[in-house]
Design a protein around this ligand. Structure first.
Ligand code: PGA
Length: 256
């Protein structure tokens, strides 16, 4: 299997932006602009409180809605957390897990990322699993070791069949929200390494079928070049996903 037959996926990560009424307008506008651009899947991962509004606004369009986190327990005394079942009932199809902001500010570790990933998959949610090195790790020349270790730890216990519902987002932490983008060659090198790690874990077929995104200051200006790389199958977009007209340009770049 080659890049041409892997599904390209452009996902927006709204982070903590957009109230429900703002979300309604932004989803409607995104759906209207991206209508007919079916060369890639389009997902918007929105704050929990926006999910139902976003799902309603996306009905009858090809835009799919996701969440930005999920707890691993089915239910119980976990104040402030949300379960996979709750997300599914609200209409979410995807969930971002392991975003660097969760790892950095909310104590997320590879262990909790792994637990959340397994619980989400077992419930029927599709997972966008984020991983990537911090600046000090890149400067120390240990990016490959870090990324390969995260891939293995975060996916521990996930089966080859379940991998059909996993997208991996390679997000170098130093490139997120900073305006610094990995060069297309840097993105390609690490996405290829993730694919090799998947091949070690699951075999070539699963590795070749898995969508691997790049994320970190991807925008309307740099998307085409990043997405032209063999192992970069899509993007996870923060800032630029908040402006439907900018997001459209990235979706257009993924049509080739
Ligand atoms: P950014 O965010 O595009 O604003 O850098 C990407 C992300 O955090 O997923």
């Amino acid at each position: 299997m080659k890049k041409e037959v892997r599904r390209a996926v452009i996902a927006g990560n709204w982070k903590m932006n957009m109230t429900p009424s703002e979300a309604k307008c932004a989803v409607e506008r995104t759906a209207e602009l991206t209508k007919g651009l079916d060369g890639c899947d389009v997902i918007l991962c929105v704050p929990f409180v926006d999910i139902q509004t976003a799902v309603a606004a996306s009905e009858g369009t090809s835009v799919m809605i996701g969440a930005q986190n999920v707890h691993f327990a089915e239910k119980g005394a976990f104040t402030g957390e949300v379960s996979a079942k709750m997300l599914l009932e609200c209409g979410a199809k995807y969930v971002i897990i392991g975003h660097s902001e969760r790892r950095q500010y909310f104590g997320e570790t590879d262990e909790t990322v792994n637990k959340r990933t397994k619980a989400a998959l077992a419930s029927g949610l599709k997972v966008i699993l984020c991983l990537g090195e911090v600046l000090e790790q890149r400067q120390a020349g240990i990016t490959s070791e870090i990324v390969s270790m995260q891939t293995k730890l975060d996916l521990a216990g996930v089966t080859a069949d379940e991998m059909a519902n996993v997208i991996i987002a390679y997000e170098p932490v130093w490139a997120i929200g900073t305006g610094l983008t990995a060069t297309p060659d840097q993105a390609e090198e690490v996405c290829a390494l993730i694919r090799e790690t998947l091949a070690d874990l699951y075999g070539e077929d699963v590795a070749e079928a898995t969508t691997i995104q790049y994320g970190g200051s991807m925008n309307d200006g740099n998307a085409a070049e990043l997405l032209s790389k063999t192992n970069v199958d899509g993007g996870l977009i923060g800032g630029a996903s908040l402006v439907p007209e900018k997001f459209l340009k990235i979706v257009e770049a993924a049509q080739a």
